[in-house]
Design a protein around this ligand. Structure first.
Ligand code: EPU
Length: 365
């Protein structure tokens, strides 16, 4: 009797809860409950839970750090699988992280304990390591596509674990094959090729960081100083988690930076000149094939939605116009109403349609 009970427990190691609140598991702290919430701490558990849900035809939501996620007020009607796998494995300068590793902690260890560069400008980004290849996480001129060599994922269509080399990951600005086909892959492990550059950072590729570090763009800085500088800059924008600071109760950038074709860009510049005068130059970065990336934060600002905009429980961050924040009691409905107001206002002002960056569950913009 006792023996059987023990055996059952060891055979069923995953933690399982019913009607479980999801809001505390997201950085926005918004969203209704999960019908069932399962926490997996090994790859085998992850695969077993996914297989069982798929076999039963049950809806499945895979949850990492909850930092890029808007969950609707009705919650999730099926199984929410929380990935809590651990693993920081260094082989020379090759780093393999389990999907459940906390990204900021992994960056800190790579930089501070091992003196390795390649992800130092991605310090302070909330979320899990497994989520980083999905939206090709990037900041301050670095993105994980620069260093990822392969991703091990469970392929739900094939019903097997696959190794996807970087070249097959379809990495683009805030995009990948995993994001393009969201119900197909569950990331289990990610491998990065880092560099041992004798305490130097990778090339500094962002004006703001170059200025703060006192180097020219393209030069290298001190590795540890690069990490510290990024953390300070992010904190100044409310982009480092701080439970005391409602400006950080967000999903990071709520919209991607629009990438415009040459013709769209010309039309946009004409609208800017008409509205703001001929001397105003909106941010413009080359995005390949004659296309131009402009700044969503700038568009929002110039459309009249300045820092702190809003009167309700969901407002723009007081530190950055691109973060939509929960001031404490916001619902998904409040947040989405603000997001639509901003998107529609920017479209009316400049003819550019902003697209949400976070994953939406049970809600649409
Ligand atoms: N700006 C404003 N008002 C503001 C903030 C910014 O007008 O309140 C304008 C400024 O002209 C500024 C420009 O927007 O030069 C760009 O702002 P920033 O340098 O803060 O970068 P971003 O384009 O808004 C992107 C990423 C961030 C990343 C930073 C730093 C996207 C969607 N966002 O923001 O990523 O941390 O660069 O590299 O690509 C995220 O993806 O969640 C995220 C936070």
């Amino acid at each position: 009797m006792t023996g059987a009970g023990t055996a059952a427990r060891t055979l069923d190691p995953v933690q399982e809860l019913h009607d479980a609140p999801l809001a505390p598991l997201t950085t926005l702290r918004i969203g209704g409950p999960a019908a069932r919430l399962v926490t997996a701490t090994t790859d085998d558990e992850v695969v077993a839970v996914v297989r069982a849900a798929d076999a039963a035809g049950e809806p499945l939501l895979v949850l990492g750090g909850g930092s890029n996620l808007v969950i609707g007020d009705a919650g999730f009607p099926g199984t929410v699988l929380r990935i809590a796998t651990k693993g920081f494995d260094l082989d020379g300068t090759r780093l393999t992280l389990a999907a459940g590793e906390v990204w900021t902690e992994a960056v800190d260890r790579a930089v501070l304990e091992h003196g390795l560069s390649g992800i130092e400008f991605l310090a302070g980004i909330p979320g899990s390591a497994g989520a980083t290849p999905v939206q090709n996480v990037g900041a301050y001129g670095q993105e994980v596509a620069d260093t990822v060599t392969e991703v091990v994922a469970y392929d739900r269509r094939a019903g097997e674990t696959v190794t996807v080399p970087a070249a097959d990951c379809g990495f683009a600005y805030r995009h990948s094959r995993f994001k393009a086909d969201p119900d197909r892959y569950v990331v289990l492990r990610v491998t990065f090729a880092l560099n041992d550059a004798d305490g130097a950072s990778g090339p500094v590729r962002y004006t703001e960081t170059a200025r703060a570090l006192g180097v020219a763009e393209g030069e290298r800085a001190d590795l540890r100083a690069a990490r510290e500088t990024v953390l300070k800059l992010r904190a100044g924008k409310g982009m480092v988690l701080d439970p005391e600071d409602h400006d950080s109760w967000s999903a990071g950038s709520f919209f991607t930076n629009p990438i415009l074709t040459e013709a769209e860009h010309a039309a946009f510049l004409a609208r800017v000149a008409e509205r703001l005068g001929p001397d105003v130059q909106p941010p413009a970065y080359p995005a390949g094939e004659g296309r131009v990336k402009t700044s969503a934060a700038w568009l929002i600002d110039k459309a009249g939605f300045t820092k702190g905009y809003g009167a309700g429980p969901a407002r723009l961050s007081g530190k950055h116009t691109l973060a939509l924040t929960n001031r404490g009691a916001a619902t998904a409905a409040d947040l989405l109403a603000l997001a639509r107001e901003v998107r529609d206002g920017v479209h009316a002002a400049f003819g550019v349609t902003l697209v949400n960056e976070p994953v939406m569950v049970g809600v649409e913009l």
